[in-house]
Design a protein around this ligand. Structure first.
Ligand code: FE2
Length: 430
């Protein structure tokens, strides 16, 4: 007896009319017309069944703090950092935890079941670390939360960062973070990368740094990050987040940089919602878009994912933590509107994110975890186009969120009937 049988769904890889059988929290079979008794049956009706969304770059400690203690009047990165500094003294473990738990519910409802969140360790009290470690534990049956020890005020620039970072790791924070472009000098930035990679190598940890989040084409810390990754044997375990300065780097330099990044097996995370709003602020016209070279990095064989970064916090007053919004913005900013490119932008919030987080047993494949999202769309491309409802969110074979299909009724008196349903689905790319 199966625990769950999902009938007649399309898969993100283009396969159509598949049934998915679930037993003991795992996908036991994917095939056409599976005949087996099941405790629960979901009729897919040709909708998309996808692996869950993955947010590979987020800040859960600041999410949903919008307006505390005041709104960001200029909307800039610098006022955002100042605002976060104003908010910090009033934070408590309970307040951070309450907001983070609410944030997790928003994420789960939209089918995101894995999040890598940076956690600010520049506050000597490590309140956010305490709060998010508790949230990671309390939510573990519903989503995978990875935490990065993030020295927001600089690893070398803020004198207690090293001590705080080591304390955070000792408490159970998973990953070593950094922010080399925020150190006082380029040399300090490079020194911080070397020190942080050494810590990661000694402790057998992964690295994920905010890196070159700047419009300055000479901000080249990603080169040092790649070199230190190779030096310490950390290949495949290091992520460069943002890398926005690459949009303005010299093309010849980038032609040398990409193979080095590939050699180091760096992962890259771009954050289109935030990059398009925070970068290029000092430009008049022409005004730069602010996101890294997404298609070029992908075409170089480097794993690239999209992150949400912020939701309603000092830096960004928007967002519902919907990774399809991120994918949608990403393809606009990167001009990835080709058919295969839309598919790539869907992978940037699913499979590629899972590679960044190095999730085990992820993906709709026999033997993997039965973590499945059924969307009100017929394909991955249509999901990006429509950003539709998540009808069922399934974790280890159990439905943990659901909603009814949207029925929009038009009331057009000039036409035949008063109530006329309208559907935005078109199936053009099936
Ligand atoms: Fe960030």
């Amino acid at each position: 007896m199966l625990d769950l049988l999902i009938k007649n769904v399309n898969l993100a890889n283009g396969e159509k009319g598949r049934d998915i059988a679930v037993k003991d929290g795992e996908i036991s079979q994917i095939a056409a017309a599976i005949q087996a008794p099941a405790k629960k049956v979901i009729e897919g009706n040709g909708q998309l069944a996808s692996a869950p969304f993955v947010d590979s770059h987020f800040h859960m400690d600041s999410a949903l703090s919008l307006g505390q203690p005041r709104l960001n009047q200029s909307g800039t990165l610098l006022e955002g950092i100042a605002l976060w500094g104003e908010l910090k003294p009033s934070l408590t473990v309970e307040v951070i935890k309450q907001r983070a738990l609410e944030m997790c519910k928003w994420s789960i409802a939209r089918g995101t079941l894995a999040i890598r969140s940076h956690v600010d360790i520049s506050d000597d009290r490590l309140l956010a670390v305490e709060a998010l470690l508790e949230v990671r534990e309390e939510m573990k049956d519903y989503l995978d939360l990875q935490l990065v020890a993030f020295p927001q005020d600089g690893f070398l620039r803020y004198p207690k960062s090293r001590e705080n970072l080591l304390r955070a790791l000792d408490k159970g924070v998973d990953i070593v973070g950094g922010i080399p472009h925020f150190e006082r000098t380029m040399e300090d930035g490079a020194s911080s990368i070397a020190a942080l990679c050494e810590i990661a190598a000694q402790r057998g940890l992964k690295v994920d740094m905010h890196c070159d989040e700047s419009d300055d084409p000479m901000s080249r810390h990603v080169e040092t990050l790649a070199a230190q990754t190779i030096k310490h044997g950390l290949q495949g375990r290091v992520t460069g987040s943002h890398l926005t300065s690459m949009h303005s780097m010299d093309n010849y330099y980038v032609s040398k940089l990409l193979p080095l990044m590939r050699e180091a097996q760096l992962h890259v995370v771009a954050n289109p919602l935030i990059n398009i709003t925070l970068q290029g602020r000092s430009d008049t016209y022409p005004k730069r878009r602010g996101m890294t070279r997404v298609p070029e990095i992908m075409n170089a064989g480097i794993n690239l994912a999209f992150g949400h970064d912020c939701v309603m916090d000092p830096w960004y007053s928007f967002g519902t933590h919907d990774m399809l919004d991120v994918s949608y913005m990403g393809l606009h900013v990167a001009q990835m509107t080709g058919i295969e490119q839309i598919q790539q932008c869907y992978q940037a919030v699913t499979d590629n994110g899972a590679q960044v987080l190095q999730l085990e047993n992820y993906g709709l494949k026999e033997g993997n975890n039965a973590d499945i999202v059924i969307l009100e769309a017929s394909s991955a491309i249509e999901a990006v186009q429509l950003r539709p409802e998540r009808l069922f969110v399934i974790r280890r074979g159990k439905v943990i969120a659901s909603c009814a299909p949207v029925q929009r009724n038009l009331h057009l008196s000039a036409m035949d009937s008063d109530q006329q349903p309208v559907s935005f689905s078109h199936g053009l790319f099936e």
